[in-house]
Write a protein that binds this ligand. Structure first.
Ligand code: S3P
Length: 436
């Protein structure tokens, strides 16, 4: 049985809503809480399939974790308190879970095996295995993909590593392995990737320095110390409503309590450059993470050239941005975004295919796309290819389509955004969930 959405055309979005907790921060709160000694409380936790996969993996390695809805208590076992799981760890659809855990498990005394669903089993793991092995770990892939087999009992040494792609997951894996290494671990970037790991490690007392050029130096020996975390709303989930609001807000759509970490703000910058009317109120900090309320008005969007250096700052928001571009007047050009081909689906191919199915005018590039907007999208049928963000993006396309849109294979929306259909309906989308 697979689930599908039927979204009727038109409608207006309005009201005040809040989106579920940030996925990246929820994973990190569990992992770092588990490696600290003592009790860490997490509020606003994202109880999505991806984060629950991290939770299950940690529990199977002996970490006691209690959860009541969005409140989680992690009883940390300390850096050396994890125990071997009796079975391979199944991380489902989650790239963050498998890559961050690879960093942690590279430093354990025991062996581990990490795998996931069909999508995860196709995703590149050489990018994390190679630098971990350069630290002295023994991480094996199957032709560069999962399963990952990690041999424990290796002595790790800090390295100075320049990331070939701007990947927060790889960066985080190396920093986590660095907690177990002899000497300093340095990670240099090739662009700006999200920095939640660095912020949380610092809050937990780990010795970490970030230089002006982005180089990160982690010195092991202190921390992580247990700490309570309040998880803000996920800007990547809010992104669908940001785009939907620009296309069809009634008066004003407000999304409350969204994380506004500067390394995640690309989607707001791109929409603003396209003419999107977005303002922020109630700015405050939750720990080291900036948070605020987003106000979105219906806007006249125009196509733009998205600068390649912005791509890492909006890496998860391109499915939504492709929809904004299709609805905008003129041409939008995305380049320098080949990484999109290595996400939960090949997001360049799946978005191009879906937009074409709705009558959109799109040209596929090896590292992006040219989207020629200004023509109405028709109704039609789109295959999400099991990609949560592709499914949610096409749901928003119905706001500006001439006929109903059917979206196949939407079950994985629960990996990042449980409750999306209900929230979308409450905001004004005419969305029905069916099983086939
Ligand atoms: C994430 C990092 C990004 C992002 C993913 C979450 C994280 O991946 O696409 O959804 O939590 O670190 P990469 O670091 O591989 O670009």
């Amino acid at each position: 049985m697979s689930e599908q959405y039927l979204v009727k055309p038109g409608g207006r979005l309005g009201g005040r809503l809040s989106v579920p907790g940030d996925k990246s921060i929820s994973h990190r709160a569990l992992l770092l809480g588990a490696l600290a000694t003592g009790r860490s409380e997490v509020e606003g936790f994202l109880a999505s399939e991806d984060c629950l996969a991290t939770m299950a993996a940690l529990r199977s390695m002996g970490v006691r974790i209690e959860r009541e809805d969005h409140r989680v208590v992690v009883h940390g076992v300390g850096l050396h308190g994890l125990q071997a799981a009796s079975m391979p760890l199944d991380l489902g659809n989650s790239g963050t879970a498998i890559r961050l855990l690879a960093g942690v498990l590279a430093g354990q005394r025991f062996d581990s095996e990490l795998r996931g669903d069909a999508s995860l089993m196709r995703r590149p793991m050489g990018r994390v295995a190679a630098p971990l092995n350069a630290m002295g770990a023994r991480v094996e892939t199957r032709d560069g993909c999962p399963p990952l087999t990690i041999r424990g009992g290796q002595a790790l040494t800090g390295i100075d590593y320049t990331l070939p792609v701007a990947s927060a997951q790889v960066k985080s894996a190396l920093l986590l392995a660095g907690l177990y290494a002899e000497g300093v671990t340095t990670v240099r970037g090739s662009g700006t990737s999200r920095d939640h790991t660095e912020r949380m490690l610092l809050s937990m007392g780990v010795e970490l320095v970030v230089e002006d050029d982005g180089a990160i130096h982690l010195t092991p020996g202190t921390g992580p110390e247990a700490m309570d975390v309040r998880v803000p709303g996920d800007l990547s989930s809010a992104a669908f409503f940001l785009v939907g609001g620009c296309l069809a807000a009634e008066d004003e759509l407000v999304i409350e309590g969204v994380g506004l970490n500067p390394t995640r703000l690309g989607v707001i910058g791109v929409l603003e450059a396209m003419g999107g009317e977005i303002t922020v109120s109630n700015r405050h900090m939750e720990g080291r993470e900036p948070v605020g309320d987003l106000h979105i008005r219906r806007s006249v969007l125009k196509g733009i050239e998205i600068p390649p250096e912005v791509v890492p700052l909006a890496i998860d928001e391109f499915p939504a941005l492709f929809i904004a571009a299709a609805a905008a007047e003129g041409e939008t050009r995305v380049t320098g975004a080949a990484e999109l081909r290595h996400k939960e689906s090949d997001r360049i191919a799946t978005m191009v295919q879906g937009l074409r199915a709705l009558g959109g005018d799109v040209e596929e590039l090896p590292d992006g796309a040219i989207i020629r907007g200004g023509r109405r999208l028709q109704g039609g049928t789109v295959d999400s290819h099991g990609d949560h963000r592709v499914a949610m993006a096409f749901a928003m396309a119905a706001l500006v389509a001439d006929g109903p849109i059917t979206i196949h294979d939407t079950d994985n929306v629960a990996t990042s955004f449980p409750g999306f259909p209900g929230l979308a309906r409450a905001a004004g989308l005419d969305l029905e969930v069916n099983s086939s």
